[in-house]
Design a protein around this ligand. Structure first.
Ligand SMILES: *[C@@H]1O[C@H](CO)[C@@H](O)[C@H](O)[C@H]1NC(C)=O
Ligand SMILES: *[C@@H]1O[C@H](CO)[C@@H](O)[C@H](O)[C@H]1NC(C)=O
Ligand SMILES: *[C@@H]1O[C@H](CO)[C@@H](O)[C@H](O)[C@H]1NC(C)=O
Ligand SMILES: *[C@@H]1O[C@H](CO)[C@@H](O)[C@H](O)[C@H]1NC(C)=O
Length: 223
C-alpha cells in the first residue's frame, strides 16, 4: 500500500509524457497544413471584423453624421391687434390695414445634434408679392431630435403697399379676407458629435387668410 502510493502520480505523468510525445511527433510531421489552416481562419475572422466595422461606421456616417436642414412651420397665429378701414371718394377708393400677428412656430430638428440659430431672423409678411412688414425671430436653439417652439411676431402695415396693390387690398378688405404669406430664412448651425459643425438654413413659407371680421387667421398652410 505504502509502496504503491508514490507510483500513482508517476503513472499518469508517464502516460502524459507519452501522449505529449505523440502530439509533438504529429505536430512535427505535418506542421504547415495546420498552421495554414489556422492562419487562413484568422484571415477570415479579420476580414469579417473589418467588413463589420466598415458597415457599422458607414451606418454611423449615414445616420448620425448626415446633417439635415431643420424644418420651420407656423402652427398657430393669433391676431393681437387689428385695425382696418376703407375710404371711398369719388376719385378713388383706398383701404388701410394695420395688424400685429403673433405666431407660434415649431422648429423640428431631426439631427443627432443641436441646431443653434442666430438672433434676428427676418420674417416678412407678403401680400400679392409685396412685403407689408414683418418681424424678427430672436436667437435660440433646438436640441437634438427635438421640436422647439419659436415665437414669430409680425407687424402688418398697408402703408408699404404701392398703388397697384392698394387697389387689390381695397377689394380684399371689402370682402373681409386678406391672403398673406409669412416667409423666413432661419440660418443656424448644426453640431453633431460635439465637433462637426455645419451651417443650415431652415425655410418657412406659410400662407394664411386674415379674417377681418372674425379677427382670426384661417387656412394656415406651410410648405
Ligand atoms: C395704420 O397705421 C398708419 C401709420 O401708423 C396710420 O396712418 C393709419 O391710419 C393706420 N390705419 C388704420 C386703419 O388704423
Ligand atoms: C437680439 O436682437 C435684438 C434686436 O434685434 C436685441 O434687442 C436683443 O438684445 C438680441 N439678443 C441677443 C441675445 O443678442
Ligand atoms: C392684383 O390682383 C390681380 C388679380 O387678382 C393680380 O393679377 C395682380 O397681380 C394683383 N396685383 C398686386 C400688386 O397684388
Ligand atoms: C412659397 O411657396 C409657394 C407655393 O406654395 C411658392 O409659390 C413660393 O414661391 C414660395 N415662396 C418662396 C419665397 O419660396
Amino acid at each position: 500500500m505504502a509502496g504503491e502510493d508514490p507510483t500513482r502520480p508517476i503513472a499518469p505523468a508517464g502516460t502524459h509524457l507519452r501522449s505529449d510525445d505523440v502530439e509533438l511527433a504529429s505536430f512535427a510531421k505535418p506542421p504547415p497544413r495546420r498552421n495554414q489552416r489556422r492562419s487562413s481562419k484568422c484571415f477570415v475572422y479579420a476580414l469579417a471584423l473589418i467588413v463589420i466595422l466598415c458597415a457599422a461606421s458607414l451606418g454611423f456616417a449615414l445616420t448620425v453624421l448626415r446633417v439635415k436642414t431643420p424644418e420651420l412651420r407656423l402652427r398657430h397665429v393669433d391676431v393681437r391687434t387689428l385695425s382696418y378701414s376703407t375710404t371711398a371718394t369719388t376719385a378713388s377708393s383706398s383701404a388701410s390695414l394695420n395688424a400685429t400677428l403673433v405666431g407660434e412656430a415649431v422648429l423640428r430638428n431631426t439631427n443627432f445634434g443641436r441646431f443653434e440659430f442666430l438672433n434676428g431672423t427676418a420674417v416678412s409678411v407678403i401680400y400679392g408679392g409685396t412685403a407689408l412688414g414683418g418681424g424678427k425671430i430672436s436667437g435660440g436653439r433646438a436640441r437634438a431630435r427635438e421640436r422647439e417652439k419659436v415665437t414669430v411676431k409680425m407687424e402688418v402695415r398697408s402703408s408699404e403697399l404701392a398703388a397697384d396693390g392698394r387697389k387689390n387690398l381695397t377689394s380684399d378688405v371689402g370682402s373681409g379676407m386678406v391672403k398673406l404669406t409669412s416667409y423666413a430664412k432661419m440660418r443656424g448651425r448644426v453640431t453633431v458629435v460635439g465637433w462637426i459643425k455645419r451651417w443650415r438654413t431652415a425655410e418657412m413659407n406659410c400662407t394664411m387668410s386674415l379674417d377681418l371680421r372674425g379677427r382670426m387667421v384661417r387656412d394656415l398652410r406651410c410648405n
